[in-house]
Design a protein around this ligand. Structure first.
Ligand SMILES: Nc1ncnc2c1ncn2[C@@H]1O[C@H](COP(=O)(O)OP(=O)(O)OP(=O)(O)O)[C@@H](O)[C@H]1O
Ligand SMILES: [Mg+2]
Length: 366
């Protein structure tokens, strides 16, 4: 089973120099506002993904007034152990290693230590733009399949290049262009492969997420989740090229590629209406958990062991019954290690004791 046994954080956000060992399946991280609870979860996330959950850039992660940071974690891995180290050098260069072996590309690390984070702002997944939902789907597929990550990076770069080519053509008043043709073909190859993987995943993932919602919320609320695919399953690269040729006039006018997998979305409905319009805050949060727990199970199934679960401030907005259902599910039923933050130690201990979880509490000072 994947377990984080020990972490060291040096000059990472407010953790100037923190060392901590973990022995139990459930780790409660308590302390007042601003104590560094979320930052510690983010340090764990960083060790799994070589990036922060909350910001794209590494700069803001460096402890104010210092240069560079160092994170190191010892993970008990099924049948082995690994020490993962991520260093941001003073010159901004990032170096990540696995048992002292430096990665040639940090993306090679993604997926080796699967983890699922659930943070308060994640409710954007339900109420925010489609990009947040594509990120969920892509994040999951990237952890399962290094090729997907590679193809996605290539796709995104080609899409940018195609868009800037469209812009140049529109400005020059050109309607045909050899480079655009090449970019369109290469983009279509990536897009159809990625679309196929998304279709494969979501056919199984969305029904499973619907079941998870029932587990948390009870049987009376009907959620309908569906994949709004911009590229139908089975579309070939040449069909997509032909489609983009038909769309060329529109794309030149807009100066961007107006259709493709970068426009995919998930439709989320409650009792036949858009979730973001009618669901209460607790219902939104329940759906968020349902999606994330499905991600968790999917990773567990495909990796052969449970991912780490990082729960930041999950107590807000859930009623007692939903909270109880959820905590039992993740802290007792699920086999993986869980890190869970709360400002109220008493409340957390009471909840964890009530479900007979195997837990320890780490108290951070404000
Ligand atoms: N780069 C940085 N250098 C130093 N301190 C930082 C840096 N980035 C964030 N902080 C500090 O970290 C603290 C926030 O930590 P964190 O978000 O982990 O708190 P928390 O314990 O989760 O609090 P809450 O209960 O409010 O969620 C803030 O006081 C912030 O000023
Ligand atoms: Mg916090």
């Amino acid at each position: 089973m994947l377990r984080l046994q020990h972490i060291q954080a040096f000059q990472f956000k407010n953790h100037f120099s923190t060392q901590q060992g973990f022995a139990k399946k459930v780790v409660g991280i308590c302390g007042p506002n601003g104590a560094g609870k979320t930052n510690l979860l983010d340090a764990i996330y960083y060790l799994c993904f070589t990036k922060s959950y909350f910001t794209h850039a590494d700069g803001p992660l460096v402890h104010t007034g210092t240069a560079g940071f160092r994170l190191s974690g010892r993970f008990a891995y099924p049948a082995t152990e690994a020490t993962v180290t991520c260093i941001l050098r003073e010159n901004g260069k990032k170096e990540c290693s696995w048992n002292d072996e430096l990665y040639s590309r940090n993306s090679l690390h993604v997926g080796r230590l699967p983890a699922v984070m659930i943070a308060p702002d994640d409710v954007e997944l339900i109420i925010g733009g489609s990009e947040t939902r594509r990120r969920l789907v892509d994040g999951l597929l990237c952890q399962l399949d290094a090729q997907y990550l590679q193809q996605l990076m290539e796709h995104n770069k080609l899409l940018q290049q195609r868009n800037s080519q469209l812009k140049q053509m529109a400005e020059a008043g050109r309607r045909a262009d050899a480079l655009l043709e090449v970019l369109t073909e290469q983009l279509a190859e990536r897009a159809t492969l990625l679309a196929h993987r998304r279709h494969q995943l979501l056919k199984v993932f969305l029904p499973a997420a619907t079941n998870h919602y029932k587990l948390i919320a009870g049987p009376h609320e009907q959620v309908q989740l569906s994949y709004q695919a911009a590229v139908p399953d089975g579309t070939t690269a040449s069909q997509l090229v032909a489609h983009w040729q038909q769309q060329l006039g529109k794309d030149l006018a807009l100066q961007r590629t107006s259709s493709g997998i970068h426009r995919d979305d998930l439709a989320l409905q409650l009792d036949g209406q858009a979730f973001k319009q009618i669901a209460s805050q607790g219902q939104r949060k329940s759906l968020l958990f349902a999606l994330k727990l499905t991600e968790y199970e999917w990773l567990q199934q495909h990796k052969g062991f449970a991912p780490l679960l990082l729960l930041d401030d999950v107590f807000e907005k859930l009623d007692h019954q939903r909270m109880h259902n959820l905590l039992r599910e993740v802290c007792v039923e699920k086999p993986g290690q869980v890190f869970i933050t709360d400002t109220h130690r008493d409340r957390l201990e009471r909840q964890l004791t009530a479900i007979a979880a195997d837990y320890e509490i780490l108290e951070l000072q404000g």
